[in-house]
Every structure is written in structure tokens, then in C-alpha cells.
Design a protein around this ligand. Structure first.
Ligand code: ZN
Ligand code: ZN
Length: 169
């Protein structure tokens, strides 16, 4: 073999080894984790979801389940750290309806449910995927006396975000 053929063989060898190494390194799993604010009024009463019973307690499990693709609905969107007005989202298909299902909150079935975002009524907001820094209001039943200009602020969402515990692994 002449030098040129040797060079080609070396080149092919390096290329093949590079490909094998590239595909054998486990890829970093992209784990979504973002936050959105929400307020709920039922018959004019602002709801409080800050009790421990509404909290998702094991944040490290979420990361493992995401890596292994075994996340279930309660893992995807929930509350942490006794904060009842900021949702933690770990899967970008999560909707507000999924959050309330996870909280085991039942709204009165025969009353109208209206969603507001950025001061505007949004049709079917409850079944809409939650976006980062969304801030919404859900009103079930009477809207009388409810201040619809008061949303969870972005500053509060970011404050919660800064404090949220994330496993370092
Ligand atoms: Zn979480
Ligand atoms: Zn979080």
C-alpha cells in the first residue's frame, strides 16, 4: 500500500472510532423546570393551596423519573415549599387542569369556570399547556367583587424559582 492509501485508512479509522464514542456517551437529558402563577376563586372566595397537603414533597424523584421516562401526571406539574400560588412545571405538556387534578381539588361541577390571563378572558384556559411565567386567574361561580387586576406577579414567581430546591445530580 502506498502512503495515500494508508492515510485514507487512518482517516476512516478515526471517523469510525469518533462515531462509536459519540453514540456511546449518554446524552444530557433536557429536564424542563419552569414556573407559573395562579389564583383561584370559588364563589368569590380566594382559595389557599399553601397547606402541606397540596405539596409535592420529593423533588429528587422527578429528576430520576424524567431520566427514565416514567413520569406520571403528579410528577409533571405540582407545588413545592408550601407556596400555594406558583406551579412548578417539569413537563411542557402540563396543563392547569392537570395541576388541579394533582392537587385533588374538585371545583363545583355545575358552576361556570372562567380563566383570565393578562387581564383577558381566555377560552378553555384550564386545558391549555402552562408556559413559563404565565400568571392566570380562575374564577368558578360568581365573579362579583373579585379584583381581576391582581395577578401573581412575575417577581413573586421568580422569587419562588430562586428558592426552589433542585437536586444537584
Ligand atoms: Zn417539582
Ligand atoms: Zn420549581
Amino acid at each position: 500500500m502506498n502512503t495515500k492509501q494508508n492515510l485514507i485508512l487512518v482517516f476512516i479509522g478515526v471517523a469510525v472510532i469518533s462515531l462509536i464514542v459519540y453514540f456511546s456517551i449518554p446524552k444530557q437529558v433536557e429536564i424542563p423546570h419552569y414556573h407559573a402563577g395562579f389564583l383561584v376563586y370559588i364563589d368569590g372566595q380566594k382559595q389557599d393551596y399553601s397547606d402541606t397537603q397540596y405539596m409535592y414533597l420529593d423533588s429528587c424523584t422527578v429528576l430520576d423519573k424524567q431520566k427514565n421516562h416514567t413520569m406520571e401526571t403528579p410528577d409533571k406539574v405540582h407545588l413545592h415549599n408550601d407556596v400555594g400560588d406558583v406551579a412548578h412545571v417539569h413537563d411542557d405538556t402540563s396543563t392547569w387542569a392537570m395541576l388541579f387534578k394533582n392537587l385533588e381539588v374538585n371545583f363545583p361541577p355545575n358552576e361556570p369556570l372562567v380563566g383570565y390571563k393578562n387581564g383577558e378572558k381566555v377560552d378553555n384556559l384550564i386545558n391549555t399547556p402552562i408556559k413559563p411565567y404565565d400568571s392566570v386567574i380562575f374564577i368558578i361561580g360568581s365573579e362579583d367583587g373579585i379584583d381581576k387586576t391582581q395577578y401573581v406577579t412575575k417577581a413573586h414567581i421568580q422569587d419562588v424559582e430562586g428558592k426552589s430546591s433542585v437536586c444537584n445530580r
